[in-house]
Design a protein around this ligand. Structure first.
Ligand code: C6P
Length: 419
């Protein structure tokens, strides 16, 4: 007997795959709506990591013994799995990192520091996560390059006219988020890449919030670099990916130096391993890479189109439902947005709101979501955010909306009494 919804996903069945969802928090069934920060993990991922540690644990690319060979084979198979998942032909373009942040820093330090000169320009946007802003701010200080920041429209979309105007003969890189972790805006990265390439600039796409939620192909986007984390897509923490065109990677000097990234070392000088290994100094997170591959298998087994369609339905429902709670203002585009809704409630600090909701077992995120320049542009210091994954339901959104109504009444009463 199947209980598939109109999109073809049996959400109740999917939820059973996630042990963390089967609990009560503060006396209520957990409603986990902080998926943009990190998703829960399915048994398939937990068990893939555990199975590696139980039977195959060994260091990779070093050991001449059976466990070492098994670990190396599994680690490299995970690399090929990642390449397939993001539509990259050649696994040599896949570098395992700790997370999206490290992936972007790798590009900043291995490419930016060596390629950028005074007068060169990096174009980025007002809606970037700090991870795709601070590395460029720092590299610009070190190289004399300039960071140009493109603004957003009233409705929270990228100002494409301003973007076109920002591109010039000195633009060397466009560093842009695919999906804003605050506004939910989905940027037209293929078009952006085409415009940047017309000016001879490279393009880095921060896909931390898009890879988990929609089918994506680096070949179709046409970008030069793409960064994401495993933990936001049902995979383990501590594993991330930088994908880059292999010829670009070959041209870049290493970012970190040490074991296993070398070809030959003498006291006088050293040469480097081939890509991608020259960017993976030291012992990598082998179990994390295997867990990430398992997460990709898990998502593909449900179907990425189905995941995207279900989350789009949740986002639409949440935008309308949360947006109609008295005193609530929702940010970002009203339609065709990512699976998250960021909002403020009049007279209630987002931290207080989050604490109130936690007492009802509802987990959201409150704060600036590592996007302070965007919050400054929105004229707020902090916001509340509910973000969704394939296992969330419309009933959970109803529970959130109901709790928000109660929060408004509660804080109005408390603040009203205090005045
Ligand atoms: N955003 C959020 O709650 P790391 O921390 O390296 O895994 O991911 C960084 C990152 C980069 N880009 C975007 C668009 C992101 O949303 C994030 C992480 C989380 O919004 C944690 S701050």
């Amino acid at each position: 007997m199947t209980n598939k919804n109109t999109i073809g996903i049996d959400v109740a069945r999917v939820r059973q795959d996630f042990p963390a969802l089967q609990q009560e928090v503060n006396g209520h069934p957990l409603v986990y709506l902080d998926n943009a920060a990190t998703t829960q993990k399915p048994l398939a991922v937990i068990e893939a990591e555990a199975a590696y540690y139980r039977r195959n644990n060994a260091n990779v690319h070093r050991a001449i013994h059976t466990l070492g060979e098994r670990a190396t084979a599994a680690y490299e198979a995970a690399r090929s799995r990642v390449a397939r998942f993001i539509g990259a032909g050649d696994p040599a373009g896949v570098v395992f990192t700790r997370n999206a942040t490290e992936a972007i820093n790798l590009v900043a330090y291995a490419w930016g520091l060596h390629r950028l000169k005074p007068g060169d320009e990096i174009v980025t946007t007002e809606m970037e996560h700090h991870s795709n802003f601070l590395p460029w701010q720092q590299i610009s200080r070190l190289t004399g390059a300039t960071v140009r920041v493109v603004g957003i429209t009233e409705s929270g979309e990228l100002d494409m006219e301003a973007f076109r105007a920002a591109l010039g003969d000195r633009t060397r890189l466009v560093a842009i988020t695919h999906l804003s972790n605050v506004l939910g805006t989905i940027n037209p990265v293929a078009e952006i890449t085409r415009l940047a390439h017309d000016r001879g600039a490279l393009v880095l796409v921060d896909a931390a919030q898009s890879v988990p939620h929609m089918p994506l192909s680096v070949t179709e986007i046409g970008c030069d670099f793409l960064a994401f984390s495993g933990h936001k897509m049902y995979g383990p923490m501590g594993i991330g990916v930088l994908w880059a065109r292999p010829e670009l990677l070959s041209d870049m000097p290493p970012f970190l130096f040490g074991g296993e990234m070398i070809s030959e070392v003498t006291l006088a000088e050293s040469t480097w391993a081939d890509v991608p290994w020259k960017f993976e100094a030291g012992t990598p997170n082998v179990a994390g890479a295997i867990g990430l591959a398992a997460a990709m298998d898990y998502v593909d087994a449900i179907g990425r189109d189905a995941v995207a369609a279900w989350e789009a339905a949740l986002a639409q429902y949440a935008t309308e439902t949360i947006g109609s709670v008295p005193g609530v203002t929702v940010f970002g585009p009203r339609q065709a947005r990512g699976a998250l809704v960021t909002f403020v409630m009049e007279g209630v600090h987002p931290h207080d709101l989050s604490t109130f909701l936690d007492q009802k077992g509802i987990a959201i995120r409150a704060g600036h979501h590592c996007a302070q320049p965007l919050h400054a542009c929105l004229g707020i210091g902090a916001s509340a955010r509910a973000s969704f994954a394939v296992y969330n339901t419309k009933q959970e959104i109803d529970a959130l909306a109901e709790a928000l109504v109660q929060a408004k009444e509660f804080f109005d009463r408390v603040v009203g009494r205090a005045l």
